[in-house]
Design a protein around this ligand. Structure first.
Ligand code: HEM
Length: 492
């Protein structure tokens, strides 16, 4: 005779086993580590120890283009999948794992545009504020880049030793605050730490927990969790800055009803006029969200990419030499000013190839850009997936795909972008996900391009750059022997 308590225990055990089995069966034709098919804890243990990205690259070599990385999650390394998963219409919405990117303060969960999952809300938002990021408005921000680059050059001349990444982060806050809110901040001038603004910890948290959004909510965001009670009383620095600037500007408008400010348009004034025209579809909360996203999404990404570009240039002296001669030729023939203008640097092909190559090998974002297969299921690069499956392109694999980028895809060789014919170059460009892709592609990519294309030539024209023995530090020597174009010494 089975007692009633053991009957329930047996039923529970059989129920759990059946659930695991059916979850396992759902994607069983997709190869991958056996444990990954049973539990998300497999991926979590790897993201927690920081080894998931490298492991994923190896798994694709072992299992092929599709690898099961969780009971309901598949990683894809076939570049042909990029336009489907990151389509222009956003059929594959962002997966639930984006909730782990949101922060909690004072018992409230707050997000950015990056983690918005409702595609209708995203469309409404883009209709309202998209023009602030459009190429036709790009030059509105050029004076802000110039102003902040002047400060960067001054700061480098003043300091003896410093970390290039720190300097680029300070440059980035000063630039974003100027471009977004017309505000002068003094991070570069006073060598102030940007630690509180950096979203690095948030991105790490996203990377670590993205395989287990339900558990992450329970442990960090549910009112029952100890973390909820310990949640900081203040929002993250960038949200606080954005809200304060928004409040100030809205107050200014209500103090001067109907009146427009005389300052040149900044990102915030563009958001506000967009929101006014689309009152019915865009809420005030969404506008504050997009403002804080501007700082959060544009800060670490651009600082890191400019730093990595200089790093690659120093690691490859032949590339640096070739870039210097592109700059010298342009200067000599009057096609480049010493304070480079965007319409001048935009025509420097080798410079452009260097950025593409840096972002191909060093895309900033480590977390997977996970998407959900739409309800009816979908074919991705020749394979069918049921609706609700979480899929992600393995950016590190796709960016080094030898069929697309050539046998030397692991090497830093900017020339590949110049040698390729039109068709080949288009296929390389389609495979690039450093700025994401499709409908949810980075909204600030043109602004990032404006900054990067102006910053690198300016730094190279002002300074001689070389590695010092102490890694990560930069020493700047005011010009002892200025060369032809008056560079000082900048050592890295
Ligand atoms: C080199 C610099 C940058 C890189 C590598 C970069 C990278 C990215 C990536 C990969 C995404 C897509 C994330 C996803 O699919 O989940 C993204 C989204 C976004 N980025 Fe950037 N970004 C850069 C600079 C900027 C700048 C300067 C701004 C603002 C001024 C910005 C604003 C945004 C916004 C608002 C989104 C969200 C778009 C959406 O979800 O629809 N980014 N960025």
């Amino acid at each position: 005779m089975i007692s009633s308590s053991s009957f329930w225990l047996w039923s529970l055990a059989i129920g759990v086993l059946a659930a695991v089995y059916f979850r396992y069966r759902r994607l069983s034709p997709v190869p991958g580590p056996f444990l990954a098919a049973l539990t998300d804890l497999w991926r979590f243990s790897l993201t927690r120890s920081g080894h998931f990205s490298d492991t994923l690259v190896d798994l694709h070599t072992r299992y092929g283009a599709f690898v099961r990385i969780g009971p309901n999650a598949v990683s894809i390394s076939d570049p042909a999948a990029v336009p489907t998963v990151h389509s222009m219409h956003g059929e594959f919405r962002k997966a639930d794992s984006y909730s782990t990117l949101r922060a909690l303060f004072n018992g409230k969960v707050i997000g950015t545009v990056v983690d918005l999952q409702d595609e209708n809300e995203v469309s409404a938002l883009k209709r309202a504020v998209g023009s602030a990021f459009a190429t036709r408005n790009l030059l509105d921000y050029e004076p802000d880049v110039d102003h902040t680059l002047d400060r960067l050059v001054q700061a480098i001349r003043k300091r003896r030793t410093f970390s290039l990444l720190d300097a680029m982060q300070q440059f980035q806050v000063d630039f974003l605050m100027k471009a977004a809110f017309s505000r002068d901040t003094d991070y570069l001038e006073t060598n102030r730490s940007t630690y509180e603004i950096s979203g690095d910890a948030r991105v790490k948290h996203w990377y670590t927990w993205q395989s287990m959004p339900g558990l992450e909510w329970l442990l960090f965001k549910s009112p029952l969790s100890p973390a909820w009670h310990r949640s900081p009383p203040k929002p993250p620095a960038w949200t606080a800055m954005a809200s304060a600037e928004y409040d100030k500007r809205v107050k200014l408008h209500s103090d001067k009803p109907g009146g427009r400010e005389s300052r040149k348009p900044d990102l915030l004034s563009k958001y506000l006029s967009g929101a006014e025209q689309h009152k019915d579809s865009v809420s005030q909360t969404t506008i504050v969200r997009v403002i804080s996203s501007t700082i959060a999404a544009g800060f670490d990404t651009s600082a890191y990419t400019i730093t990595m570009t200089l790093y690659y240039l120093l690691k490859h002296p032949a590339v640096l030499k070739k870039l210097r001669s592109e700059l010298d030729d342009a200067l000599d023939s009057g096609r480049l000013s010493r304070r480079p203008r965007f319409n001048e640097v935009d025509k420097l092909d080798y410079l452009e190839a260097i950025f593409k190559e840096t972002m191909r090998l060093q895309p900033f974002l480590k977390p997977l850009l996970e998407r959900e297969v739409p309800a009816g299921g979908a074919d991705i690069a020749g394979r069918s997936f049921p609706g609700g499956t979480t899929v992600a392109i393995s950016v590190l694999n796709v960016h080094r795909d030898t069929a697309v980028f050539g046998k030397d895809a692991d090497e830093f060789r900017p020339e590949r972008w110049l040698e390729a014919d039109h068709q080949h170059r288009a296929s390389m460009e389609r495979s690039m996900l450093a700025f994401g892709g499709g409908k949810r592609v980075c909204m600030g990519r043109h602004i990032a391009a404006l900054e990067m294309r102006k910053a690198i030539p300016r730094l190279l024209m002002e300074f001689d750059v070389s590695f010092t023995r102490s890694a990560n530090r930069v020493t700047a020597n005011p010009a002892s022997q200025p060369d032809l174009i008056g560079r000082s010494k900048l050592c890295l």
